[in-house]
Design a protein around this ligand. Structure first.
Ligand code: HEM
Length: 211
């Protein structure tokens, strides 16, 4: 889970860098984003990374589910008296539910964009590339677009909480959280968990406000 989790963190950074191109206004933004989307779906090396991403999502989700079930089975009867908040943070006790929200988001998200890019009937731009840019802009435009932007923000909040525990926990599982590194890891983990989802969440609101 740690290895796939950290790989998915790298995916998030790459995906965010690509999506930040949606901030480029006008025709220049459209052409650049569509050329980027074409590269991401046709380059053989990126294709291997994509398959690794799909595998990591499935493995991470199934392993997480088995772990959550295993934890429940190990303690079928609740403690009569427990103060969980005194012993562990809320995020660490709710990784299963946060992960489930994220998985539902990924499935719906891939239906909206990935499926359209690969199997949908979308037009082309002036350079002959599939106009995925218009698909994304249309999705986040108008009143329904604002609702989708808000739904995305909620999903990004789930990712933020998931990462607040997950990031440093992955290093712990790999045996890399030494006493010397523990404090810095916590700070880097929190920064990552807040900055990355915040930047992701800002994109739909920007697109809604400017289109
Ligand atoms: C505002 C935020 C986001 C926007 C605008 C966005 C946009 C897109 C677009 C346009 C695609 C299709 C690209 C293609 O198939 O080449 C895509 C694919 C994808 N997105 Fe996002 N995305 C966002 C956030 C996220 C987040 C937070 C996650 C994960 C938790 C995610 C997971 C994925 C995955 C797994 C794919 C398929 C990638 C692949 O085929 O290699 N996205 N996204």
């Amino acid at each position: 889970m740690a290895a796939t989790g950290l790989f998915l963190c790298l995916f998030l950074v790459g995906h965010l860098a690509g999506n930040l191109q949606l901030f480029i206004p006008g025709e220049e933004g459209r052409l650049q984003f569509n050329a980027y989307a074409k590269f991401m779906t046709t380059n053989p090396a990126v294709k291997i990374l994509s398959y690794l991403t799909y595998f990591s999502i499935l493995f991470h989700a199934v392993d997480g589910l088995l772990l959550t079930i295993g934890n429940r089975r190990a303690r079928p009867i609740d403690y009569k008296y427990s103060r969980p908040a005194a012993n562990s943070p809320w995020t660490s006790r709710n990784m299963g539910i946060l992960g489930t929200i994220i998985l539902v988001f990924i499935v719906l998200h891939m239906r909206s964009f990935w499926y359209e890019m690969h199997f949908g009937e979308i037009g082309t731009d002036s350079e002959g590339n599939k106009d995925l840019y218009t698909t994304v802009i249309t999705f986040f435009s108008g009143q329904t677009g604002l609702i989708f932007a808000a739904a995305y923000a909620l999903a990004m909040a789930a990712i933020a909480f998931h990462l607040m525990h997950g990031f440093s926990s992955a290093f712990q599982s790999l045996g890399l959280r030494t006493p010397k590194l523990a404090k810095s890891l916590k700070i880097v983990g929190y920064a990552f968990a807040i900055v990355v989802p915040l930047l992701f969440a800002s994109i739909p609101f920007y697109l809604n406000a400017t289109n």
